[in-house]
Design a protein around this ligand. Structure first.
Ligand code: ZN
Length: 207
């Protein structure tokens, strides 16, 4: 099972980090060893001084697909959830400056929060894209969005990624983060909401 993460998929977030909005989706992977076990705290690794939260909508791939056309992409995912793509921003900045891959900054142990709750796509009669999600840090809303604000729709993401690598049943796509990313510190609590429901709560521990 692989975690496919989309970068810069919300224009306001690309702007806040001084990045341009990419013409085609940008993606990278996290291994399954990055998944933070449910109800476990997140420990800030000792090799970074600047871990950021990135709350993201997740989609679950329900059948294998290669070179899927966007018009058929809706058949390849069956559920929506919420997670966090923890990012060591200082290490990522170093990698970007040197033209190196992002794995050290993105794929480390515990860097992928995946809610236990999944909503079937067909449970949303009005369409899941307009359902709001947000992240609270210590009870204060810091990030908010909905799929309507994505630069590249999920169907386009599936078409793009599957052109290069086969999507397999059980894979999860992290669809990018809206503006408002920020540093986490020892003692912080992050809680994510989707469809007015609490999806996860993560306590942050410093080193
Ligand atoms: Zn992200």
């Amino acid at each position: 099972m692989k975690l496919i993460c989309i970068g810069r998929n919300y224009a306001e977030h690309a702007k806040e980090l001084g990045n341009s909005v990419p013409k085609e989706p940008l993606f990278f992977l996290k291994p399954d060893s990055a998944i933070l076990a449910h109800r476990h705290p997140f420990y800030i690794p000792d090799w970074t001084q600047d871990v950021h939260h990135e709350v993201e909508l997740l989609i679950r791939i329900c059948r294998n697909g290669k070179a899927v056309q966007a018009e058929f992409a809706h058949r390849y995912f069956d559920a929506i959830s919420l997670g966090i793509d923890f990012t060591a921003r200082d290490i990522q900045a170093e990698a970007k400056a040197n033209g190196h891959p992002w794995e050290k900054a993105k794929a480390f142990d515990g860097s992928a929060v995946i809610s236990k709750k999944w909503f079937p796509v067909d449970s949303f009669t009005e369409g899941w894209e307009s359902v709001p999600f947000y992240l609270e840090k210590n009870g204060e809303k810091v990030q908010a969005g909905s799929a309507l604000h994505m630069t590249h729709h999920v169907h386009a993401l599936i078409a793009h990624v599957s052109k290069y690598m086969t999507l397999k049943m059980g894979d999860v796509i992290f669809t990018g983060t809206p503006a408002g990313v920020g540093r986490v510190e020892d003692g912080d609590t992050l809680e994510g909401f989707f469809n007015e429901e609490s999806m996860f709560r993560v306590n942050i521990h410093g080193t």
